[in-house]
Design a protein around this ligand. Structure first.
Ligand SMILES: *Cc1c(COP(=O)(O)O)cnc(C)c1O
Length: 232
């Protein structure tokens, strides 16, 4: 059995290799260690090995771990799950980036909460790149309208796009979806200059995501090991 620190080192090495292949500076890629369903101790282990960005899917779980790990002063929390409007107050303040806004009501709740706290909340829009009925995310066609709505609210800064592509056996098959997210960002950037970030790539496919321009990759299993399937 390898340790969290060893697995983390392996992931970092793969990130660097993928960046090199793509002629990218590895420093432009933030590894978000997805710690959902793993205990606070595992997060401490990763933190001790130099990891600073952590991702959680459930607002309550994030809040509990944030309290428990409050002594880790440099730790940055990312919220990568589906967000309900009534959870905005759990996330702001105390979250560096909300990755998966998929509707105006959630964006507005975050914006209101941030404004009330005298803060700006950074967020990404989740795009349903595979047009899957089972998946969250705004449709590709709906992105400009949602961006326009978000731009009207002080307190919220949408800095990029996020996706979870369709599940496939061969990671090569997700490449077109990652590429689509990147071209969408590139096409929208003249109108929305804040739009610079791409959150894409997980354990299965993060190297391909890096080759296609990911600036955040969200990796859980490769760092922390398998989660209990029953609690997924
Ligand atoms: C769980 C999760 C991840 C990490 O998945 P792994 O396959 O364990 O790397 C990344 N992004 C989101 C949105 C997730 O829910």
């Amino acid at each position: 059995m390898s340790t969290v620190a060893e697995r983390l080192a392996g992931v970092r090495q793969r990130v660097e290799q993928a960046a090199r292949r793509a002629r990218r500076d590895p420093a432009t890629i933030t590894l978000v260690a997805v710690s959902k369903k793993h205990p606070a101790e595992a997060i401490r282990e990763a933190y001790a090995a130099g990891q600073r960005d952590f991702g959680e899917n459930y607002a309550q779980e994030l809040a509990e771990k944030r309290t428990e790990l409050g002594d880790l002063k440099e730790l940055r929390w990312h919220f990568i799950g589906a967000l309900q409007s009534n959870k905005a107050k759990v996330l702001v303040p105390g979250t560096v980036l909300v990755h998966a806004i998929d509707r105006a009501s959630v964006a507005e709740a975050l914006a209101r909460r941030a404004t009330a706290a005298g803060l700006t909340c950074d967020a990404l829009l989740e795009v349903n790149v595979g047009a899957e009925a089972s998946k969250a995310g705004v449709s590709i066609a709906g992105v400009p309208e949602l961006l326009t709505q978000c731009a009207a609210w002080p307190g919220l800064r949408v800095t990029g796009l996020m996706c979870i592509p369709p599940a496939v056996e061969d990671p090569e098959q997700v490449r077109p979806f990652f590429r689509r997210l990147r071209t969408l960002r590139d096409d929208l950037q003249p109108r929305f200059p804040l739009l610079t970030q791409l959150s894409m790539g997980m354990t299965h496919d993060f190297e391909i995501a890096i080759e296609e321009g990911a600036t955040y990759i969200r990796v859980g299993t490769a760092i922390f090991g398998a989660r209990e399937p029953a609690r997924e």
